[in-house]
Design a protein around this ligand. Structure first.
Ligand SMILES: Nc1ncnc2c1ncn2[C@@H]1O[C@H](COP(=O)(O)OP(=O)(O)OP(=O)(O)O)[C@@H](O)[C@H]1O
Ligand SMILES: [Mg+2]
Length: 260
């Protein structure tokens, strides 16, 4: 199953992605964590994974990725990565780092002044995810960039589920409405995780969100905040996220979603 983790900047997408990936490993799933955020560098650090190539570099940089994607569109590619049914084990060796049983793939980063826009990284993410067959027991967790650009690029169309991370800000509530609309257009199920909540805040959040769609509530955890502040890997397991992992392991995609 491929799960897109989406939401406002700073809402907790990367934190949830890493903690959820680790919780799913504990629940005996094979887990691939995909860092699809072209800007922030934090996921590798939060996971505590060693350095590895990002996929774009490994493929020879922007120009060769452009050429490969063009050949893929024209059905003229020999690249194993772009063959339908490609497996996690087929990802190039140098691109996959591993920590706590979680495999990490970083798609690409804007690194230099004048590197160009992030569309190419989005297109590469979408193509590779669309070809990847993770199998029945594997979970692919995709940490998206902030906001709704990935919806615009239709990366979500190759996912089975979207988790919207909602933090206690009005902007986040408004974005959750937008995400729900866009998910409906894509015909993909969306659910929400309330992050950094407490009882009083949850009451306010409940006024803005469809309660049937809220699958977890995660309080503000000082340890998590502190590990992140000091640039450390996240070493605290959260019971709320472990419970979420078990829920997702049992989750099956609804068959009758209406595409608007
Ligand atoms: N449940 C939590 N308890 C305490 N702090 C949290 C929690 N979730 C996230 N944070 C903190 O919130 C900040 C933003 O988290 P994170 O980087 O995961 O957000 P993000 O949505 O990935 O941000 P970006 O859009 O910049 O990629 C970090 O300081 C992180 O430690
Ligand atoms: Mg992030």
């Amino acid at each position: 199953m491929k799960i897109m983790i989406s939401g406002k900047g700073g809402s907790g997408k990367s934190t949830l992605s890493v903690l959820l990936a680790k919780a799913l490993v504990k629940a005996n799933c094979e887990v691939l964590l995909v860092d699809a955020d072209e800007s922030n560098m934090g996921v590798r650090r939060l996971l505590g994974a060693a350095d590895s190539d990002n996929l774009m570099e490994n493929m020879g940089g922007r120009q060769s990725v452009k050429t490969e994607l063009w050949s893929e569109t024209a059905s003229q590619t020999d690249n194993e990565l772009f063959k339908s049914g490609m497996k996690i084990a087929d990802l190039p060796d140098g691109c996959v780092a591993e920590a706590d049983g979680v495999k990490l793939l970083v798609v690409g980063k804007i690194q230099n002044f004048g590197d160009g826009c992030a569309c190419l990284i989005g297109a590469l993410s979408k193509t590779v995810l669309s070809k990847l067959d993770e199998g029945d027991n594997a979970m692919v967790i995709i940490d998206a960039e902030a906001g709704v650009e990935h919806f615009g690029r239709k990366v979500d169309s190759v996912c089975d589920l979207i988790i919207g991370v909602v933090d206690p800000t009005y902007e986040s509530f408004m974005l959750s409405v937008k995400m729900q609309e866009m998910a409906a257009m894509a015909g993909i199920e969306i659910v929400f995780v309330l992050n950094k909540t407490d009882e009083a805040v949850t009451e306010v959040m409940a006024e803005h969100l469809d309660s049937d769609k809220v699958i977890a509530q995660i309080p503000f955890h000082k340890d998590i905040f502190s590990q992140s502040l000091h640039g450390k890997a996240l070493s605290t397991n959260l019971p709320e996220v472990e419970k979420l992992g078990h829920f997702l392991k049992r989750y099956r995609k609804p068959v009758n979603l209406n595409v608007a």
